[in-house]
Design a protein around this ligand. Structure first.
Ligand code: ADP
Ligand code: TPW
Ligand code: MG
Length: 589
């Protein structure tokens, strides 16, 4: 007999004959289920009803990282999913904690990263009658539209199957976020230990290989053979897939220039002769066949249309993606290749044989000439040692640091701080650049930095706009508490985009984009026992970062940036809606 079908099971329900049998409960079954499936880290914030769950998990040898806000714990779990190909797990309390974590779950889903948000919830009977329970909320209903799958567990014997479903849903096919709802009562439900143990499920082959259809492979090769100006675009799906050798072999054997999307940088070193990163506009405009590898034709690629793509054109697209619905999402895909990236690239490589003709040299020569011009134009500006710093001077220093420490992980968010760093800092290894992802989220910084340090054991350099940093800045305490090798550089330009805006009304409030002038973010780190440094020129910046990375001590460097150096919205100012009315009114004045 099992005890837990009756939700009010307590030890007093145990019949005499069974008194000798060992017991377990919802708390312990959940931990056993997670451990059985090699979940060895949980990111979260404690509180009713999951405080003991965190304690017990820590006691059972799971690493439980407690954050100061669930959104940061959730962002840590999301990026852990990207880095490891296993679902990152975030644990929160009910309603408010759940909602705080939900933003990150939606972010993970949008970016196709596996994550499981586990939240405690209030009692079903009370929630469903809306009788005002402690932190009452129908969390399952709210989570559903924002993630890939959402499950609720009511019986302790179902915990094993629920965890298995959650893991499989998160990592199979196109990865994404999964919500697991655990009503408080479930955790205390008692089950005989042997019955509980039998209910656990170890997920076998959670993300099975998805082999592309042979005729789809032939079609893709036929399209490729017609190309005079081919281009490969590598996206973060290719980085996620961990098919690094296949990616490299495909690029090198085909001889096709490639463009890495932001988080695909480093799949091959940015200094690779076939990298077209420094000739981006040219290759997008001119290419005749484009091979998309784990990248979507969304806003980040102007939807595959328009001026940037040299329209009107006769470009053909080959697309490799695990999600069939991605094909034709924005433009016609001449050769859809549905499958996992490793299997698809391996099939293409086989089909290419040993006498594959690399692209005509006038195409690669044109690209190389453009690259040289563009890189030469940038080179001088990267060496300036101005005080206060501009973005080029400061990033020129950080570029050298990553070149010398290619296994460090770079976390990056902001507007100008993001856009300049992306184009200036070369990456040399896969999955070393973690940033704002598909949504351009401010606030991923400290969660990403913490998870990167924990999951990889590598040093982390977080390059943060002062606004971006503020979204997760309180986690510097978390970084100090766990003594993580994280060096944060805050690009302090006194505000969002620029620190020079003025209040148009002339009133005493500062402008909406401006912060306290000359703030000292470095003092925040000192408050928790970390190292704080204030730097005003690139030489000082370089010295301070090197010291931090050598010591491995939590460090925050306040890098004073010229408040006038940035542009509105960085590179994407054109996405701001324009007010003709405001312009007309200003002209009249
Ligand atoms: P980027 O922003 O770098 O262009 P996207 O997030 O837009 O990248 O695209 C990633 C794509 O990769 C998604 O369409 C996703 O379905 C796909 N993907 C993720 N993992 C795999 C995989 N293992 N094999 C094939 N495609 C994958
Ligand atoms: C969750 C909107 C995009 S970039 C940015 C904001 C507020 C900050 C830019 O200033 P920062 O960088 O970081 O100081 P810099 O170098 O240009 O000065 N809320 C969320 N996400 C986004 N993207 C925003 C707001 C935004
Ligand atoms: Mg700023």
């Amino acid at each position: 007999m099992t005890l837990s079908k009756a939700s009010e099971s307590t030890e007093t329900n145990i019949v005499k004959d069974d008194a000798e049998r060992e017991l377990t409960d919802g708390f312990h079954l959940l931990i056993d289920a997670l451990k059985l499936n090699e979940v060895n880290t949980i990111y979260g914030v404690p509180g009713i009803p999951i405080t003991d769950l965190g304690r017990f998990a820590q006691g059972a040898g799971i690493r439980v990282i407690s954050f100061r806000h669930e959104q940061n714990a959730g962002n840590a779990a999301a990026i852990a999913g990207f880095l490891t190909k296993k679902p990152g797990v975030c644990l929160t309390v009910s309603a408010p904690g759940f909602l705080n974590g939900l933003t990150a779950l939606a972010h993970a889903t949008t970016n196709c990263w596996p994550m499981i948000l586990i939240s405690g919830s209030s009692e079903r009977e009370v929630v469903d009658l809306m009788q005002g329970d402690y932190e009452e909320m129908d969390q399952l209903a709210i989570a559903k539209p924002l993630c890939k799958a959402a499950y609720r567990v009511l019986h302790a014997e179902d915990i094993g199957i629920a965890v298995a479903r959650a893991i499989r849903a998160a990592v199979s096919g196109r990865p994404g976020g999964v919500y697991l709802d655990l009503p408080a009562k479930l955790l205390g439900q008692i089950v005989f230990e042997d019955v509980g143990a039998k209910s656990l499920v170890k997920v076998i082959d959670p993300a099975p290989a998805q082999i592309p259809a042979p005729n789809a492979v032939d079609r893709a090769l036929d399209v490729l053979k017609t190309a005079k100006k081919p281009l490969i675009i590598l996206g973060k799906g290719a980085a996620y897939a961990q098919a690094d050798e296949h990616v490299r072999n495909f690029v090198e054997k085909s001889g096709i220039p490639y463009l890495p999307m932001s988080m695909a940088k480093g799949l091959l070193p940015d200094t690779h002769p076939l990298s077209a990163g420094a000739a981006r506009s040219l290759v997008l405009k001119e290419a005749d066949v484009v091979v998309m590898v784990g990248a979507r034709l969304n806003w980040l690629l102007s939807h595959g249309k328009g001026k940037q793509w040299g329209e009107p054109h006769t470009k053909k697209f080959v697309q490799i993606d695990i999600e069939p619905k991605e094909m034709d999402s924005n433009v016609e895909i001449a050769a859809p290749l549905v499958g996992d990236i490793g299997s698809c690239l391996s099939a293409l490589l086989d089909g290419m044989g040993n006498d594959w003709a690399t692209p005509p040299s006038d195409w690669t020569d044109t690209i190389n000439a453009k690259k040289e011009t563009n890189l030469a134009r940038m080179a001088a500006s990267l060496q300036n040692n101005n005080t206060p710093m501009d973005y080029h001077g400061a990033l020129g220093a950080l570029r050298t640091i990553i070149k010398e420490r290619p296994d460090a992980i770079l976390v990056n968010e902001g507007a100008n701080t993001l856009d300049f760093a992306r184009s200036i800092i070369d990456m040399y290894q896969p999955r070393k650049r973690l940033d704002v992802g598909t949504w351009g989220v401010m606030g991923i910084g400290m969660g990403s930095a913490i998870a990167a340090a924990i999951e990889t054991g590598k040093p982390v350099l977080a390059v943060e706009g002062d606004s971006a940093f503020g979204f997760s800045g309180m986690e510097v305490e978390t970084i100090c508490r766990y003594n993580l090798p994280v060096c944060i550089v805050v690009f302090n330009n006194n505000g969002i985009y620029r620190g020079t805006d003025e209040n148009p009304s002339g009133g005493s409030d500062v402008a909406t984009t401006v912060f306290v002038k000359n703030s000292r973010y470095d003092k925040m780190m000192e408050a928790f026992g970390g190292v704080g440094v204030n730097v005003t020129n690139p030489d000082e910046l370089k010295r301070a970062v090197n010291e931090a990375m050598d010591s491995g001590k939590p460090t925050l460097i306040n890098a004073v940036i010229d408040p006038a150096a940035g542009k509105e919205s960085g590179n994407i100012g054109s996405l701001n809606p324009q007010s003709v009315v405001a312009k007309k009114r200003a002209a009249k004045k």
